[in-house]
Design a binder for this molecule. Structure first.
Ligand SMILES: [Zn+2]
Length: 292
């Protein structure tokens, strides 16, 4: 089953929910990055959040970069998504493993760290990209995304994220949602949402239990009139190409080019996001450079 985003909006326009079952995306990420159990949850939650946030972009060609830099053993986390929620990502130290936290859960906060920040960069085809950031709250990622929306975008948001990993490291379930109050939201709707959210303990458990997007949205918006808005497939997608890397190599400084030429070895690049390897001959790089 592909990953999918499902969106709904309340009849009075007070709130919207963007839900995703990202199990397939997180499974692909685990395969590419060979992440430990805890790091599968770290990267999986980040990819899920980035995918949801990407789907709020306006246009084709817009991209959203989701970065966490903190003091935990995970190191930096980087995810990039598009307006259809397609996403790719990596974490500096995919092999890090930690004991379960005091609640018996994968210790995402311990791996990410708390002293750090979440940075969101939206490239919307303008001269300058939009950059928003906020300090981490718990490092559990969902809380940090909620805090980002409250402080940087003045949009009250509940972000729930979850990843369940099987003992053999395959993905049992992954997913999450953004539930946002829109400008001028009705007080009663806001209160009802708060009440509903308090009843949701784990979004990944709901998915693991076989609940559909429609059923989970029905729980979050229980007692409120709403309409399903749209639904679309999402995937783990890396748009890198050999040509892109060749162009990057051709743009290196003269000093770096001279060094590569002196070494006389084939030049190998590896994509952080998809692990694809490309090998170049220095002559090829020099020809490309001369064309510039
Ligand atoms: Zn790639």
């Amino acid at each position: 089953m592909p990953s999918m985003i499902t969106r709904a909006i309340t009849a009075d326009g007070s709130a919207r929910i963007i839900f995703t079952d990202s199990t397939a995306i997180v499974a692909k990420a685990r395969e590419i990055h060979n992440t430990s159990k805890t790091m599968t949850a770290v990267l999986g939650r980040s990819l899920t959040a980035a995918s949801l946030m990407g789907s709020l972009l306006k246009d084709k060609g817009n991209t959203l970069t989701f970065q966490i830099k903190a003091d935990g053993p995970a190191g930096a986390i980087v995810c990039v998504s598009d307006y259809k929620g397609n996403v790719r990502g990596y974490v500096d130290n995919p092999e890090v493993e930690l004991p379960a936290n005091p609640y018996g859960k994968l210790d995402v906060g311990g791996a990410v760290g708390i002293d750090g920040r979440l940075v969101i960069i939206k490239d919307m085809g303008m001269a300058e990209p939009y950059v928003g950031m906020c300090p981490l709250v718990t490092g559990e990622i969902g809380d940090d995304v909620s805090s980002y929306f409250a402080t940087s975008e003045q949009t009250p948001t509940v972000c729930a994220l979850g990843v369940r990993v099987n003992p053999d490291l395959t993905i049992k379930s992954a997913g999450g949602f953004l539930l946002q109050l829109l400008p001028g939201a009705d007080e009663a709707v806001a209160e009802k949402i708060e009440e509903n959210i308090a009843k949701i303990s784990s979004v990944s458990q709901m998915i693991a239990d076989g609940m559909t997007a429609e059923e989970i949205i029905a729980v979050a918006l229980d007692g409120i009139e709403y309409q399903m808005f749209d639904e679309f497939d999402t995937d783990y997608v890396c748009p890198c190409t050999r040509e892109k890397y060749l162009t990057a190599l051709a743009g290196l400084s003269q000093k770096d080019i001279d060094e590569l030429e002196a070494e006389g070895e084939p030049i190998e690049t590896v994509c952080h996001f998809c692990d694809k390897r490309f090998v170049f001959d220095i002559q090829e790089v020099l020809v490309k450079r001369a064309q510039k």
